[in-house]
Design a protein around this ligand. Structure first.
Ligand code: NCD
Ligand code: ZN
Length: 335
């Protein structure tokens, strides 16, 4: 049995920089035709020059592979209309992080009042730059995403022409919000489709499944699965593949992030096939993102075959999701 995917896209991807970039970027570039590259480097990507440099180092790391890095800027209150106009052609979106909420987000936004954000959001709206958001408050960890929904809704109402992406949604509340606003969309990760909090912390602690936002309840996962399995036009795949060295994960103060890039397509195929909806995977991993972002990715067809393989224990010192386990589908080739 085989599955052909046209231009699969990963619309939320952490590639890091330096040695880590060189080790992980080829894995995404092999299986995907493009990805939305997160800007939470140290220091974060905040200028046109930094975007260009980062893009160049990604291109160097992936070599000849057909893969388009869709670049992002790290949201800053100081961005002017003129600056955004200038940088418009270099980026696909701007990513907003609440200050300190996740890995490398210390330079994020502390005051999320609409008035404070309005000047930049007005400019983005006028220039047609989508806003990508890590939507969590600093409340109780299980409630952070649900508590953030009113902020999403205020923004969606105040800026009806602004495309707003609720990144890596994990709750049924977030799914419900999608239906209340035409300009709200969401990415969903492989791990949030696969696990609940029980898999992470219900037995012995599994640090490689620890990420922000944290995996939630079975009913939340059901709501996410429903949207993904339908290939619903409001949602698209964003892996949030977030590599950290093994010693940062298997540690006191374990870093947040699940590394899924090398297993994403096989594991998604397995999930979708298990639900009897393999034909909807194309929408979830490519068509919806094309429409939401208005992009035309490079021509690339990825062929998956139903053939068992064992996921390596580590890729250059980074432990992937499903390490040491068997997956039923394998990426055969990409042309
Ligand atoms: C991400 C990372 O490591 O950069 N971590 C995570 O748990 N998802 C940041 C993020 O997307 O929150
Ligand atoms: Zn992320």
């Amino acid at each position: 049995m085989e599955l052909r995917l046209r231009a699969p896209l990963d619309m939320h991807l952490h590639l890091r920089d330096g040695e880590m970039l060189r080790s992980v970027a080829p894995l995404s570039a092999r299986d995907f035709a493009g990805g939305l590259i997160m800007p939470n480097l140290v220091p974060p990507v905040t200028t046109g020059e930094m975007v260009r440099e980062y893009r160049a180092s990604i291109e160097e790391a992936i070599g000849e592979e057909k893969f388009r890095p869709y670049m992002t800027l790290f949201f800053q209150e100081e961005y002017s209309y003129d600056f955004l106009k200038e940088v418009r052609e270099e980026i696909l979106a701007i990513k907003l992080y609440p200050a300190g909420i996740t890995t490398n987000s210390e330079g994020g936004i502390a005051d999320l009042s609409v008035e404070r954000l309005a000047p930049v959001l007005e400019a983005m709206s006028a220039l047609g730059i989508p806003l990508s958001v890590h939507g969590e408050t600093d409340g109780f960890v299980m409630d952070r995403e649900a508590q953030f929904i009113p902020i999403y809704e205020k923004l969606a109402l105040r800026f009806p022409d602004l495309t707003i992406i609720m990144e890596h949604i994990t709750t049924k509340e977030a799914v419900e919000a999608l239906f209340r606003h035409e300009n709200l969309y969401a990415t969903i990760t492989l791990h949030h489709l696969s696990i609940t909090l029980d898999d992470l912390a219900g037995g012995l602690l599994r640090p490689h499944l620890f990420c922000k936002p944290i995996a939630k309840r079975p009913e939340d996962r059901t709501a996410l699965r429903k949207m993904a399995f339908l290939g619903h036009e409001k949602v698209m795949f964003g892996s949030d593949s977030a590599p950290h060295p093994r010693e940062k994960k298997e540690a006191s103060h374990c870093a947040a992030g699940v590394f899924t890039a090398p297993v994403a397509l096989p594991a998604l195929a397995q999930l979708f096939e298990g639900a009897g909806v393999l034909e909807n995977l194309q929408k979830f991993v490519s068509d919806n993102a094309r429409r939401i972002y208005g992009i035309t990715p490079p021509d690339k067809e990825v062929l998956l075959v139903k053939e068992k393989w064992r996921v390596p224990e580590s890729y250059g010192g980074v432990v992937p999701m499903f390490a040491g386990e068997e997956l039923e589908w394998r990426v055969e080739s990409a042309l």
